[in-house]
Design a protein around this ligand. Structure first.
Ligand code: ARG
Length: 854
């Protein structure tokens, strides 16, 4: 009773505010007595992309707390009633108990005990019966406070629109809240209420934006009772923690609540405006549920001029295009920034927003005294394309764990004044953490950091991105599972589309990797100094740093993925690990389900002058092993003209394949084998870079690995040279010896073809014998003996010769795999002795006899 009296006094005390009188013409009293003044803040004057609100601007803003912290927003609509969003209070289909919630009213900042603010317990929470999930609509809730709010300058109710109220699209309205200021970036202390101006989007325009394909596989349909507000280009939006808060529009001096913050896809993303629960359609529901002795919410009729100004304009569908990552000409990058620090060479970085440049931290910080940041920023300058003068630097923010490894060797430099963006300078796009650069994406390099590239190096190289399995297994760490598509990659690997120019050394330079999607360039990765002279091959992905970059810059251009491929339904998602590396790196890799592209990366076509073609196997970056009889004419002493082609499994080049050819500059034969050695090593005119089109096979020291599955790899038709693999079993030396008694030179292996596999490849190509170990590596086990399908010169016994000649051959460590057991016996089963003419029937017999001589 006394409380009621007090309340009326308060209302009386606050009603004669300036501006209130002239509004009486449009006041709603004609239709219905309204005893509550609403929608008028004290005259004066998260939200993503917003700014601090002035105290008292949004006196209806409520913060709803549970467990001592802010969870959602709300709006005061009557002394004892708060409007909010249903999803704030419903978890797994059940309404949370009201007793766990409290409402903070009149707060501006939430740091410490806000003055002028007060708290009310929540007595009841009401949610529409048909609410289930945000995307299905009806996302609103009414909260009854245990005691009426103390109305005052900082605490006043907002006006609610009647069901007939229309808010014209194109109207600028305001959303407020204490939510995140960007995705996963909470509002920092002192938690000052944020406000942002948002444009009401019509239903058609909103649905059109949301229907644009994007990284969120959308089935979302804008429903009646929802409204959209924001901008096609994004950047300003509500975000997590703003839910339940109001979207208000001013009409004739009063603020009407048009919407309740409900949901969105990410925050502030392009073509993904925020979705709000429209309040007007819920007039009846609100009136029905707000009951009690205190005054209810005010539903003033819509001011005349606002209503008449409403023609339902036909909305056009304005899709926003990316504002970042456009380059007229690859190689002249509009985001290229050169940071000039007195006394050192320019450091190359990239412009990521109007005011921020990303560059390696190691350009600016001394690794030894990294705790001492440089103090002479005054003298630093940043050169940007098409800018008449150098920019000055205001601040240097090194990555929180800036290390001198590629992965986090990053720093952000803030320019003293933002630059106007145009064709140049223009920022590069940055990927969100969940970005998945598709295998085969087109990429190029840009200068990065301070390293000086060798003169003549062309950064205009085009490259294609390798698939995750290949990138991980070529350069990844052993034992670390291969990241699945969609998980953050450990590395990004470009495969260059042009041949390396001989003699160039990429040793002393650093590069960033730019990858293109639908004509837009993303800064995909960065790489420190390369090892050896090879071109940079594995880049540290930048996408994991997106949150840090946007946290610091508050406005870097993080752009959604523009190209994707959801792949076939139920794609295999088994975790895989890579076969072991040797001391010279990866060898013998072949993806399980051979994907598109070259299937046998070590398979070479050896073209001998005169038209003969035989099989060669890449055993090191500059060496191919082939059968001697194929490359050398009997009795000839001169080295013939031989060309070797790699990456050419089949006549037509395959999507991810990349053909390369080399001349053979010398042929080496093992000295100890006399006049007709079966194996020859061909030295190539220059090395090949490891890739899925040209990767050395593994070798195994000593013998043959037991338990391995083995194949003869050749061509069915020497003309089209499509590789075929025939499954075989390698016979034990004793069996082999017995079968071919007396005629086999030492170090010869015999194989038995699996049923029906015998005729799969041609003998004339001199096919190799390959085995896949249990670890998954492919090992070269033998090369065909002239004219034979069953006999192979074993590679194992040639280990010394091969490693001395080649240096970088990939020998797997012998540990773990057993060899043929030593055999002393000369005993041969009588049935097979001398049966070399046709070993098959005899062999069959032998295999059926249970391991006779044990
Ligand atoms: N559902 C969010 C919350 O609970 C609000 C998200 C709004 N998102 C947006 N992009 N507008 O706070």
């Amino acid at each position: 009773m006394s409380q009621h009296l007090l309340l009326s006094l308060v209302i009386l005390a606050i009603s004669p505010i300036p501006g209130a009188l002239q509004d009486t013409a449009v006041s709603p009293t004609q239709e219905e007595p309204e005893d509550l003044d609403c929608g008028r803040p004290e005259p004066s004057a998260r939200i993503m992309g917003g700014s601090d609100a002035q105290p008292g601007t949004w006196p209806w803003q409520v913060s709803l707390h549970r467990g001592g912290g802010h969870i959602c927003g709300g709006s005061l609509i009557a002394p004892s009633w708060v409007l909010s969003a249903a999803h704030c209070f419903v978890t797994n289909g059940t309404l949370e108990p009201a007793a766990e919630w409290s409402a903070l009213l009149g707060a501006h900042s939430q740091d410490g005990t806000p003055d002028g603010a007060h708290v009310r317990a929540v007595a009841a929470i009401l949610v529409p019966d048909n609410y289930s999930r945000v995307e299905r609509g009806a996302d609103l809730a009414l909260l009854r406070l245990a005691a009426p709010a103390k109305l005052g300058p900082a605490v006043r109710p907002v006006c609610l629109p009647r069901a007939s109220h229309r808010f014209a699209h194109g109207t600028a309205c305001w959303a407020t809240g204490w939510g995140d200021i960007q995705e996963a970036d909470p509002l920092p202390l002192p938690w000052v209420l944020q406000e942002v101006e948002l444009i009401l989007l019509g239903e058609a325009a909103c649905q059109c934006l949301y229907s644009r394909p994007g990284p969120f596989n959308l089935t979302f349909q804008l429903l009646p009772g929802m409204l959209c507000a924001g901008y096609p280009e994004g950047r300003r939006d509500t975000c997590q923690g703003d839910s339940g808060g109001p979207l208000v529009c001013e009409e004739a001096g009063r603020w009407f609540q048009a919407g309740i913050t409900s949901f969105g896809f990410g925050c502030g993303r392009r073509n993904r405006p925020g979705v709000f629960t429209a309040v007007a359609p819920y007039e009846a529901w609100i009136r029905e549920h707000v009951k009690g002795p205190e005054p209810g919410p005010a539903f003033p009729s819509q001011p005349q001029e606002s209503h008449s100004g409403l023609q339902e304009l036909r909305e056009n569908c304005t899709i926003a295009l990316p504002e970042c990552g456009k380059a007229l000409q690859p190689g002249t990058w509009p985001w290229e920034a050169r940071v000039m620090v007195p006394g050192s060479r320019p450091c190359h970085g990239a412009l990521v927003s109007e005011s921020w440049v990303l560059a390696p931290a190691s350009c600016f910080l001394d690794p030894i005294s990294s705790d001492r940041p440089p103090r002479d920023l005054d003298a630093w300058r940043v050169l940007l394309p098409s800018r008449p003068r150098a920019e000055r630097v205001a601040r240097l923010v090194p990555h929180e764990n800036a290390s001198w490894e590629d992965a986090s060797d990053l720093a952000l430099l803030q320019l003293r004044a933002p630059v106007n963006l145009s064709a140049a300078p223009r920022p590069v796009c940055l990927p969100h953490p969940e970005h998945y650069f598709l295998p085969g994406s087109r990429c190029r390099l840009a200068r990065w950091g301070r390293g000086e590239p060798a003169p003549g190096l062309s950064p205009l190289l085009e490259a294609e991105l390798l698939g995750g399995w290949w990138c991980h297994c070529l350069y990844g760490r052993q034992g670390v599972p291969v990241p699945l598509p969609g998980d953050p990659p450990h590395a990004l690997c470009p495969v260059y589309l042009e041949e390396e120019e001989a003699g160039r050394c990429w040793n002393d330079s650093r590069w960033s990797l730019l990858c293109q999607e639908e004509g837009t360039w993303f800064l995909a990765g960065v790489r420190g100094f390369s090892t050896g002279c090879l071109r940079p091959r594995a880049f540290s992905p930048l996408q994991t740093h997106g949150p840090w970059i946007s946290h610091v810059t508050r406005g870097a251009y993080l752009e959604d993925q523009l190209a994707w491929d959801w792949g076939p339904e139920g794609e295999e998602t088994e975790t895989q690990t890579c076969p072991p590396h040797t001391e010279h790196g990866a060898c013998g890799l072949r993806p399980e389900a051979a994907q598109m592209g070259v299937q046998w990366p070590w398979l070479a076509e050896v073209h001998v002058a005169g038209g003969r073609v035989c099989t060669g196997i890449l055993v090191a970056p500059g060496w191919v092993l082939a059968a001697t009889h194929c490359v050398l004419r009997l009795g000839s002493t001169t080295v013939p003209y031989i060309e070797v082609y790699l990456g050419r499994a089949g006549t037509s080049p395959l999507p991810q394949g990349h053909q390369l050819s080399r001349l053979v500059i010398s042929i080496r034969l093992p000295r100890h084998l006399g006049l007709s050695p079966p194996l020859a090593l061909l030295e190539l005119s220059s090395q090949v870079e490891p890739s899925p089109s040209a990767l050395p096979i593994c070798l195994h020291p000593g013998g043959v690995t037991l338990g391995a599955s083995c194949w003869v790899l050749g061509w069915k038709n020497p003309q089209d040279r499509v590789p075929v693999a025939a499954a075989v079993t390698i016979l034990t030396p004793r069996l082999c010896h017995c079968l071919y008694q007396g005629i086999l030179p030492p170090g010869t292996l015999c194989v038995l073809y699996a049923e029906g596999q015998e005729d799969r490849c041609e003998v004339t190509s001199a096919p190799p014998l390959l085995c896949q170990t249990e670890g998954g590596s492919w090992v070269l086990t033998g090369m065909a003996v002239r004219g034979s399908r069953e006999l192979f010169a074993a590679i194992g016994p040639e280990e010394v010769w091969i490693s001395q000649t080649v240096g970088e051959a990939h020998f797997l460590s012998p540990g773990g795999s057993p060899y043929w057991p030593p055999e002393g016996s000369n005993l041969c089963h009588p049935d097979i002795a001398g049966a070399s003419g046709s070993p098959r029937p005899a062999l069959f017999l032998l295999l059926l006899t249970p391991l006779i001589q044990g």
